[in-house]
Design a protein around this ligand. Sequence first.
Ligand SMILES: [Zn+2]
Length: 226
Amino acid sequence: MKNLAAYGLEETGLVEIPGTEYRVRESVLAPFEAFSKKALAAGFEIRVESAFRSFDRQLSIWNRKATGKLKLLDANGEPFLELPKDDEVLMRSILLWSALPGASRHHFGTELDVVDGKSVPEGYEVELTEEECNGMFAPFHRWLSEQILSNESFGFERVFVPGRGKIQPERWHISHRPSALELEKAFDPKTLRGIYENSDIALKSAILDNFDELMRDYVYSYFAER
Ligand SMILES: [Zn+2]
């Protein structure tokens, strides 16, 4: 039996982060709580905006973006007025801001999107943008960088950093590296290819035609052992 957890198809070994609707892998919870406690002492409140995401949830996002039911943004964050007609162009446009189902690190249950809850103005809806990182969350990100650099972040690190693959840098996305390693090892592109072939994923041909390149640029570039 293949380990399907790496693709978000197996939802075992997940626990809820107390006080939230989000789930993480069991081994992530204690380090996360310790890190949160440390943040609080420094004046920040680590607020989770996303954690585990299933294959089906990512597939729904993907398919709705491919059919125009969910807003599709260009590289500047502006909505497309008309969907690209070429399947490959459309696929790459979705990939600017959304992961391929089965290729999202959020399937691991070891990844979190976080902000500083104390800096969110009342009534403001967090969007997770670079602008927010440079604005209201700048002090939090400075602190986070210091913790990571000095190895005092309980195993949490940033992975979507400049100079790796083709995913836009995401400072809000942190990975519990020791836990993620196991899932990275369980990731097998052949299994994922088979999952695509048997699913009703939009843009299937474009994905399968460019499969190896997509795996390299959106998955393997972010693995600890490349
Ligand atoms: Zn994320």
